[in-house]
Design a protein around this ligand. Structure first.
Ligand code: ADP
Ligand code: MG
Length: 432
């Protein structure tokens, strides 16, 4: 077992306050949108139809989704914890604009560790003789907001002896981030257990009312910090996932909400009229959401897909090619994008990807501190994430909040990758 400090920037990074506020202001809208999509069987079915023909992982998730719906949902309380990520696109006149990179609806991480980064950067600024600047840093505690959502779902589940189960990886790389959320729950007298899919397969069971038990202990909430990439699953783990989804326990997220976070869904949302259909009567929310969208393009077979594929092959630096994967390091850029797209342009395989306009932020200099790495100044770009938390009971939204933020910064040499992928580091926004 090896313990390292989480990587971080030496100095906080400058973020335009108007864009920061815009990102906070749209978070409740995104919560509503994700929740609406998760309840819209037809939309998910229609949107993912082409993808599931070629992408086995999405297809397997979708099969479980359909199976659980056919059987009838036992779950009546729903808990969403998501993180909407943005970069600041630099327009031709130099004005930055807030553009969404993606929304993470499962295992959105670093809410715990980032609850400490403002204190780190505050100290650094004081050491540098900048106490006024240090006091300018905003307090930020997503782990508390996330825990309040979990606690609310636990309470509405309505069994005082039931526990919250964190579903965690086989090899636990980010345990301290999770502990921050866990500690907040223990402080509220809510018991937390940490289990893997394998434990669920071996020791999980449902009673007649589909209550979930682990080792005889009733589980009220399952908080997934695992289960978002194909390598998390073997046959037994898929069976464990199905058992959890069939249960009455509150899943964070349920499988429909996980599907709502796919890149394919993101791309379909950008079609004219789509947001209006999903959020009827909410014109202002729709406008706020749409203002954050970058250009997104379907590669489905047909004329529309042919045209955009040809454009991307001719001008690959304008685009990012994205498969239905999470966790960083999967997207294709530049020459690699061109080569892959050329190979699959006439094959249905291309429908497992989407195309997106490449966001081009203004770089700034900083030092990235990473265990066992040499210290050097780098040209960096940042990605801002806002945590969203909501709880729905039946049809009624009982909580809908923005729960804090995360700033991650990476050297511009790396086109892709987050903190877990070893590319980005934790940062704190310095608002200007
Ligand atoms: P993942 O699910 O793997 O996190 P993302 O869509 O967040 O997928 O992409 C991973 C990383 O790639 C992002 O953190 C960002 O650094 C970069 N990236 C993604 N989309 C774009 C884009 N449209 N323009 C520029 N960089 C992007
Ligand atoms: Mg991402």
């Amino acid at each position: 077992q090896v313990v390292n400090y989480a990587p971080f920037t030496l100095l906080p990074s400058v973020v335009p306050s108007a864009l920061f506020e815009q990102a906070y202001a749209v978070q409740q809208d995104f919560n509503l949108l994700v929740d609406a999509i998760s309840q819209n069987k037809e939309f998910l079915e229609h949107t993912l139809a082409s993808t599931i023909k070629v992408d086995d992982f999405t297809a397997q998730l979708f099969r479980i989704h359909m199976q659980v719906l056919e059987e009838g949902l036992a779950q009546s309380v729903f808990l969403g914890i998501n993180r909407s990520d943005y970069m600041f696109d630099c327009g031709v006149d130099g004005t930055p604009a807030l553009k969404q990179i993606e929304i993470n609806t499962i295992a959105a991480s670093f809410g715990g560790l980032t609850s400490r980064t403002a204190a780190v950067h505050g100290r650094v600024l004081k050491v540098l003789g900048k106490p006024k600047e240090a006091s300018h840093l905003l307090p930020n505690n997503p782990s508390r907001g996330l825990a309040l959502g979990i606690a609310k779902a636990w309470e509405l589940y309505g069994s005082e002896s039931a526990v919250v189960m964190f579903l965690v990886e086989e090899i636990q790389r980010n345990i301290f981030d999770q502990r921050c959320v866990e500690n907040e729950l223990w402080n509220r007298n809510i018991r937390v257990i940490r289990k893997r899919f394998r434990d669920v397969f071996e020791k999980g069971s449902l009673d007649d009312a589909k209550r979930l038990y682990m080792d005889g202990q009733e589980v009220a909430v399952v908080y997934y910090r695992e289960g978002y990439v194909p390598k998390n699953y073997d046959q037994q783990n898929w069976e464990a996932r199905l058992l959890l989804e069939r249960s009455r326990a509150v899943k964070c997220p349920d499988i429909a909400t996980q599907l709502a976070g796919t890149k394919k869904v993101q791309q379909e949302l950008s079609r004219p009229g789509m947001l209006e259909r999903l959020l009827p009567g909410r014109a202002e929310a729709v406008a706020r959401i749409r203002a954050t969208f970058a250009g997104l393009y379907s590669l489905d077979m047909g004329e529309e897909g042919d045209k955009i594929a040809a454009r991307a092959i001719a001008d690959p630096d304008r685009f990012v090619l994205k498969p239905q994967r999470e966790g960083g390091g999967n997207n294709l850029y530049g020459e690699e994008l061109r080569q892959v797209l050329e190979k699959i342009r006439d094959s249905p395989e291309r429908t497992s990807y989407i195309l997106m306009d490449k966001i081009k932020p203004q770089p700034a200099r900083n030092y990235l501190l990473r265990a066992h790495s040499p210290l050097q100044v780098s040209d960096c770009i940042s990605e801002l994430g806002i945590f969203g938390v909501y709880v729905r009971q039946g049809k009624e939204m009982v909580m809908n909040k923005a729960a804090g933020h995360l700033l991650r910064t990476k050297a511009i040499e790396h086109a892709d990758g987050g903190v877990a992928a070893g590319v980005a580091v934790l940062d704190t926004p310095y608002l200007v």
